[in-house]
Design a protein around this ligand. Structure first.
Ligand SMILES: *Cc1c(COP(=O)(O)O)cnc(C)c1O
Length: 484
């Protein structure tokens, strides 16, 4: 007989009161951080000793929780990225909200693996997916799944598109079942995750046709149709068109209605990458142009961008729920469902995507939508768009600045210009402006290159931004630019 040890080990705190107090302290510190964020520098360079501290071997022995938290505060908390700050405009990154964060804490505390079984999180997840359909005006019979983000949402949709192509049984037999190469269409402005997805699902880079764009960076439909016809003539198999609602560079919107019509005409799957901008549907100004999204076969969009929910969460919606399930459903012996008890309840979410274990990411969306309501989110999204337009107007009124793309949704691209500077010198000037804005802790735009022009890029999915931040940004760009 093995002897029982004197004391069973556990990872629960040795001193519950101390841990509880520490937890309260963490919440207090977070609230102080959020409440004072406007007055703090947006970004600080990470000192060498901090980088060194974060490059150590695995600790063999534990230490006091309070000490661990202290180390976090000094070395991690203090050097945050800054996307919680009102003047963070780099890439396309959301701010999060206090309620969203607290919901994540609760979700993590409950810690249900939200894939299978009869428990509340499954119903919250289903509720949130249904709300996502309502937000996007998708039919209630459509299906959907919450995933980690836009990239995952896009590959999930494209996998369904691929597996449900024709009568080829690609899921069983692989791509060799198709009589010829499948071809996917998107524009040169499409996000890189679409190409990666095409590579991963076996199409390969060569079968991604990147169609040209007009001066507004929107896909040229005539060119799309010509390319489809040419591919058909060459015996290839066009299978999907990807339209983008809000390109990552300039917020451009592909002509959704035309893409839908071309897709229907040639019997192709119409997918919309709305990771950033599908939610612009909630702004009356864009509702009409984005109407055709509702007819798409699939839609990917992020909630950690324009629903301001903390990272990570995105959503895939699929019009034909059967095709969705047929693409992923599989029931190994260890995942049998029953009609009663813990393994009863709703269809396993694993039947709708690749990931098995899933956190309770639905809760932060559920609590946020409950807290603010759809109408408030519509106002917030419209507010970001108006702020971007206001910035565009300020740029147009400022002789030292020029717009480098039309303002679309909440993205404003511009640069400083000076008489007599070459394209290379303008690039150096604007890069210096960008770096100093960040290094001085003032604001964080990012950059891109549009038609060969290095450009400052302000993408605003920030729930803390005010109009006055746009005035400040223009003032600071001109000040720094004049001092370079
Ligand atoms: C952000 C973005 C993606 C990728 O989404 P992640 O959530 O970062 O994975 C894809 N497409 C577009 C248009 C995006 O803006």
């Amino acid at each position: 007989m093995p002897t029982s040890p004197k004391k069973d080990l556990t990872l629960d705190p040795e001193n519950w009161d101390q841990m509880r107090q520490l937890g309260h302290q963490m919440i207090d510190d977070l609230f102080d951080y959020w409440q004072s964020i406007r007055d703090q520098k947006i970004w600080k360079p990470i000192p060498a000793e901090v980088k060194e501290f974060l490059d150590q071997p695995i600790p063999e022995q534990g230490q006091d929780p309070a000490k661990v938290y202290e180390e976090f505060k000094q070395n991690i908390f203090a050097f945050n990225k800054g996307n919680v700050h009102p003047r963070f405009f780099a890439w396309i990154q959301g701010t999060g909200t206090p309620m969203g964060v607290l919901a994540d804490l609760l979700a993590s505390g409950m810690n249900p693996n939200t894939t299978i079984g009869e428990h509340s999180a499954m119903y919250v997840d289903r509720q949130v997916v249904n709300w996502c359909k309502e937000l996007m005006n998708f039919p209630s019979e459509a299906s959907g799944i919450l995933v980690s983000g836009g990239s995952m949402a896009n590959i999930t949709a494209l996998t369904v598109a691929r597996n449900s192509f024709g009568e080829e049984q690609i899921r069983q037999r692989g791509l060799k079942a198709a009589s010829a190469q499948l071809v996917l269409y998107c524009s040169v402005e499409t996000h890189s995750c679409i190409q990666k997805a095409a590579e991963i699902i076996g199409l390969g880079t060569d079968s991604v046709r990147k169609i040209g764009v007009n001066s507004n960076y929107e896909m040229k439909v005539e060119e799309l149709e010509q390319q489809i016809q040419q591919d058909i003539q060459e015996g290839l198999l066009p299978f999907a068109v990807v339209g983008t609602s809000g390109t990552v560079n300039t917020g451009a919107i592909d002509p959704m209605e035309d893409l839908l019509a071309v897709s229907r005409k040639y019997g192709l799957w119409f997918h919309v990458d709305g990771a950033y901008g599908a939610l612009a549907k909630l702004d009356a100004k864009y509702a009409e142009r984005l109407k055709a999204i509702e007819e798409a076969d699939s839609l990917a969009f992020d909630l950690h961008k324009w629903l301001y929910v903390p990272y990570e969460v995105g959503c895939t919606l699929i019009r034909d729920a059967k095709k969705h399930r047929d693409a992923f459903a599989i029931t190994p012996n260890y995942l049998l469902q029953e009609s009663r008890g813990l393994s009863g309840g709703l269809d396993s979410i694993n039947n709708y995507g690749f990931e098995l274990s899933r956190g309770f990411k639905a809760l932060k969306i559920w609590m946020s939508l409950k807290e603010h309501g759809r109408a408030k989110y519509a106002q917030m999204i419209a507010q970001n768009n108006r702020q971007a337009e206001y910035l565009g107007m300020l740029v147009a009124q400022t002789p030292e600045l020029e717009l480098t793309a039309p303002v679309s949704m909440s993205i404003t691209c511009f640069r400083m210009v000076k008489q007599g500077l070459s394209e290379g010198q303008l690039r150096d000037l604007n890069r210096e402006i960008l770096l100093r804005l960040q290094e001085e802790g003032i604001a964080s735009p990012s950059s891109t290159i549009l038609n060969g022009k290095y450009t400052l890029r302000v993408a605003n999915v920030n729930q803390r931004t005010r109009m006055e931040d746009m005035d400040l940004l223009v003032r600071e760009v001109v000040r720094i630019g004049n001092s370079v």
